[in-house]
Design a binder for this molecule. Structure first.
Ligand SMILES: NC(=O)c1ccc[n+]([C@@H]2O[C@H](COP(=O)([O-])OP(=O)(O)OC[C@H]3O[C@@H](n4cnc5c(N)ncnc54)[C@H](O)[C@@H]3O)[C@@H](O)[C@H]2O)c1
Length: 439
């Protein structure tokens, strides 16, 4: 990759509007968190854009600025939030209902959170079965609904005096579906919108509306959404960056930490059984087999790609991998993820590892939302378009260009992310290859 002069990145002037379909646990925790950080009530822990540094040049140079001081990111003060939901709860009510952050902190943020009122959603019960709400748009066909969303986006931008926008899907997980004929070209997709084609999901209508208006789009759920040629074509033609899918938080995050470690040491893996209990609305939606299938696909794909059984059949050719999610209301958002890993070493001797991760789903997801919206905005100001593979770091099922396999190893993903930032600013890429031995 050639070095790129930094003069091509447009400055982050003015307000950046963050538009979010789905204002539930993740969204309310994200927005409340940003408002809390702005007021000095907490730290943005888990966010690379706010906390991480990036090494530049040789190790002896001693140059390690914070990422936010190295690339021109939008500031937290410049962010404005809006979104859609099928429920009418405002941002404060949604946060109280989600029960992730505690009341004392939420009450200090009541004013900015209450001001965020969800716009009427584009919703289809066939795609998310377990919930129903009143705050829903009606329209003669899906194209009319897409146009209504475009109107919402333009109104939001004008009303809040935003210079730029980004959209990130934090709505419920839609049922699993494969790309169909209607998804193949932009022309067939637009025809399908006008004909109310049942294969077009609500998340795809939001994505279409965003991309038509040149608003970058990220997908935090495992839905198909922009993983189709039609919307990728629109992203390229309109020069808009997109990325997805399914935030890499709790259990899969652990998997992408451990699996590269086993492979690095050539340790075998015979089985990996993962089960979860969670009691939030996300867990309720995932009780539906169609929605669970979407989640299962992204969760299962990770190990296969990291361990490469086709290259290491003796170590990983016979791996049994199972993932379960159990809805258990008493836990709310405080999920528990258990993993039993059967590994083997020297001469095939078996060993076991048990992990019990008592995590908080939305606490892990919120900083990812922040980084993604800031990086997508940066990407757009840098003239980058289409699938942003350098943001794979954040996803369980990273989108890739057709024909390429996704990179799941979190350490390779991090290197790719940081090297992309170095490249944007015309700095040398860091390969960690120490050629000093030959000097
Ligand atoms: N929290 C995590 O760690 C994590 C990790 C990976 C993925 N995710 C995904 O992020 C998404 C959000 O998670 P959550 O815990 O906030 O769930 P949630 O159920 O609390 O919130 C989702 C919201 O989306 C709304 N919604 C559903 N369909 C909609 C539509 N068509 N338009 C507008 N709103 C719609 C629902 O009414 C709900 O309020 C889920 O798909 C989840 O699978 C979360």
């Amino acid at each position: 990759m050639a070095n790129k002069p930094n003069s091509t990145i447009a400055p982050a002037d003015g307000k950046l509007g963050i538009l979010i379909p789905g204002m539930g646990a993740v969204t309310s925790t994200f927005i409340a968190g940003v408002e809390a950080v702005k007021r000095g009530l907490g730290l943005p822990i888990g966010s690379l854009t706010q906390m991480a540094t990036i090494r530049l040049g040789k190790r002896t140079d001693g140059r390690s600025p914070k990422i936010k001081d190295f690339v021109p990111l939008a500031s937290l003060e410049s962010l404005v939030f809006g979104g859609w939901d099928i429920y009418e709860d405002n941002g404060y009510e949604a946060a109280v209902r989600a029960n992730v952050l505690e009341r004392p902190i939420l009450d200090q943020l009541k004013e900015p959170l209450s001001a965020i009122k969800p716009m009427k959603a584009v919703f289809d019960h066939e795609y998310v079965k377990r919930i129903n709400g009143p705050n829903v748009k009606t329209g003669a066909n899906k194209m009319v609904l897409a146009e209504a969303l475009m109107q919402d986006i333009q109104d939001f931008k004008a009303h809040n005096n935003c210079a730029r926008l980004v959209m990130i899907w934090c709505g419920s997980t839609e049922v699993f579906h494969r790309p169909a004929a209607v998804h193949q070209t932009l022309a067939s997709f637009e025809e399908g919108l006008r004909n109310n084609d049942p294969d077009i999901a609500p998340s795809q209508i939001y994505a279409y509306a965003a991309l038509r208006l040149r608003v970058p789009f990220a997908n935090g759920a495992p839905n198909l959404t922009t993983d189709i040629p039609a919307l990728q074509e629109l992203a390229r033609t309109n020069e808009v960056p997109i990325c997805g899918k399914d935030f890499k938080t709790g259990q899969t995050y652990m998997k992408t930490l451990l699996a590269p470690g086993f492979k690095a040491r050539m340790l075998g893996v015979r089985g990996w059984f993962s089960t979860n209990i969670l009691g939030n609305r996300d867990g309720e939606v995932l009780e539906d087999p169609g929605s669970f299938k979407s989640k299962e696909e992204t969760k299962l794909s990770v190990l296969e790609q990291i361990l490469q059984p086709e290259l290491y059949p003796e170590l990983y050719g016979n791996l049994y991998h199972a993932v379960r999610i159990n809805y258990y209301p008493p836990r709310g958002d405080a999920k528990e993820g258990w993993d039993n890993i059967d590994i083997f070493g020297w001469l095939g001797y078996p060993m076991q590892i048990k992990i019990d991760f008592l995590c908080r789903d939305s606490i892990l997801a919120a900083p990812l939302v922040l980084d993604l919206v800031l990086f997508l905005d940066l990407a757009q100001r840098s003239g980058m378009k289409g699938i942003q593979e350098w943001l794979s770091f954040y996803f369980k099922g990273p989108m890739t260009a057709p024909g390429l396999y996704p990179e799941h190893d979190i350490f390779i993903q991090l290197m790719k992310l940081k090297n992309t930032l170095r490249w944007m600013q015309g700095e040398d890429l860091i390969t960690h290859l120490g050629l000093e031995y030959y000097d």
